[in-house]
Structure formats: C-alpha cells, structure tokens
Design a binder for this molecule. Structure first.
Ligand SMILES: C[S@@+](CC[C@H](N)C(=O)[O-])C[C@H]1O[C@@H](n2cnc3c(N)ncnc32)[C@H](O)[C@@H]1O
Length: 280
C-alpha cells in the first residue's frame, strides 16, 4: 500500500474554502486532523496518493467527485426522537391545528432519516386518538446523497432503534431483521408512504422544492454555518414557510439578529410579520 503524505496547510485551506463555498460548512482552523482523516479514506478508495492529484480531480469539469467530497465531510449524527422537547411541542401545539386538514413538513437537513420517520410515527400515533385525521406529507432533504440513500432504505442498527424508540412503537413501526439483516431494524412501509427523500443544498434557491410548508425543521446543521450563511438560509426558508407557521432549529442553534422571526420556544420560531401583507 502506497503512502499518502500529511496534508499540507495550503491544501487544508483549499479544502476548507471548497466545502464552505459548496455547502456553507465552516471548518475552523484547528480541524485539520478531522479533515485529513475523512479525506484520506476517500483518497484510498480512489487509489490516489497525492493531495494535488485529488484537488485536480475535484476541479475537473462535470466531475462527480464534488458530491463524494461533500459526502465525506458532512457529519450525519442523528437519532430517533432527537431533542424530544421539539416532538412534544409539535404534538401539543402544531398537530391539533391540523386535525382534518393537510399538513406539509420540510426537514431541511435530515441526514439518514431518523428525524423524518420519528415525525411520521408521531403523526400516525396522534391520528389514532384524534379525528378527523391529519393528512401529511414530509419532504426530507439533505446535501449528502449517501445519507439520503440510507434514509430511503430505512434500515438501522438495532441499538440505535432500541435506545430511542419506546418498545410499543418499535413493535408497531419496525421489522426486526433476521438472517443477513440480523442486528438491524427496518421501518414499516406505511411510514414511507408519506415521506419523500431528496437531495437539496440549503444554499440553493427553494423554488425547486415546488411547494410551501406548514412546518419546517432545520435542526443541528446551523452549528456548521456562519451567521451570514444562516441569515441567507433563513431568507430562503422564509419563502416557503406558510404564515404563522413554525421553524424549528436544533437545541443549541438560534437565528442571528436581523430576521423577522420571533422565538416562541427552545429554538422554535414563528415569523413575526406576515410577508404576504408586506407584499414580499
Ligand atoms: C448533524 S446532522 C443533523 C441531522 C438531523 N437534522 C438531526 O437533527 O438529527 C447534519 C446534516 O446536515 C447536512 N448538511 C450539511 N450542510 C448542508 C447543506 N448545505 N444543505 C443541506 N444539508 C446539509 C449534513 O449532510 C448532515 O446530514
């Protein structure tokens, strides 16, 4: 096996610029080890031993390598019912308003799908005891195409499921794998019916989503962005969030000063002015 040299500072700078421009992800100066570990794996997969050769590959016209580069750098940590307080808020404050109506939800950085399936379980459970039922659609997007593929598959290691999903819900909404799939759970097909997993970069215009939403979750991704990027994304979100509807961020995230959002809970926001009345 051939040797890949240590990543020079200038190369590290190139990669940090590239991921910031492509995905908005800001990597601080002291994360060279993290970047190097992630990209070494990719170089080995490609059989490349030279950082400049890899940069040339990234710069080649129409190269698919850009997507592999993004997939290698993104951090996909997620789990079922993460930040439970948000699910409690949705159950008590949002869902009752949509009884007998349709509810459209966008998850803007959904990783491997646990967030989308948790929401689908929450609504299905709500519908059991509340009539008329809510008809819902969840658009679940991420910039990482590998994460999207895993989300679509809906297969998770048993430990991940058992740790975060109550036993009664696990029995109802998951199949336990056997044979080749031993040690895994797969989500029930009925959860998949109302969810679409798609590629979307939060930096891109939202017109391609082709709809507006009654609830938007963009959780645990603003931590990777700088204030100006967050404000730009909030502006985009604004164009597709219906009036008086909620935008939910991760627990340790907030919207920087300079937007029209009002904080109504732990990282839960409502737009304080109706943009339609403002003629925007
Ligand atoms: C830490 S995970 C959070 C997953 C989930 N929202 C949660 O709270 O458990 C962050 C996700 O943001 C995605 N991401 C990073 N930059 C993005 C961008 N510019 N557009 C869309 N998704 C992005 C990553 O691929 C990753 O899956």
């Amino acid at each position: 096996m051939s040797y890949i040299p240590e990543m020079p500072a200038s190369v590290y700078e190139y990669f940090t610029d590239h991921i910031r421009i492509t995905a908005g992800i800001h990597i601080p100066d002291n994360r060279r080890f993290f970047m190097e570990t992630r990209l070494r794996k990719r170089l080995r997969e490609l059989g490349i031993h030279d950082w400049i050769e890899y940069i040339n590959l990234l710069n080649a016209p129409n190269t698919p390598e850009n997507q592999h580069f993004v997939n290698a750098i993104t951090s996909n940590k997620t789990h079922f019912f993460r930040e439970r307080e948000h699910f409690d808020f949705i159950e008590t404050e949002v869902l009752p308003q949509f009884k007998g109506k349709s509810l459209s939800i966008w998850i803007g950085a959904s990783s491997t799908g646990a967030e989308a399936y948790s929401l689908a379980i929450l609504i299905d459970e709500f519908n059991k005891t509340n009539t008329p039922a809510i008809k819902y659609r969840i658009l679940s997007t991420d910039i990482d195409t590998e994460a999207n593929a895993k989300a679509e598959q809906g297969k998770y290691p048993a430990l991940q499921v058992e740790e975060h999903v109550p036993g009664n819900l696990m029995q109802e909404y998951f199949y336990r794998g056997s044979g080749q799939n031993a040690g895994m759970y797969r989500v029930h097909d009925k959860l998949k019916q109302n969810i679409k997993f798609r590629y979307h970069n939060l930096l891109d215009p939202v017109q391609s989503l082709k709809m507006t939403f009654d609830l938007i979750l963009v959780r645990n991704v603003f931590i990777y962005f700088q204030a100006e990027t967050i404000l730009k994304i909030v502006e985009r979100v604004d164009q597709v969030l219906n009036p008086n509807c909620h935008l939910i961020l991760g627990h340790c995230e907030s919207i920087p000063d300079g937007s029209d959002y009002q904080n109504v809970g732990n990282s839960i926001y409502v737009r304080s002015k109706d943009r339609r009345k403002e003629g925007k």
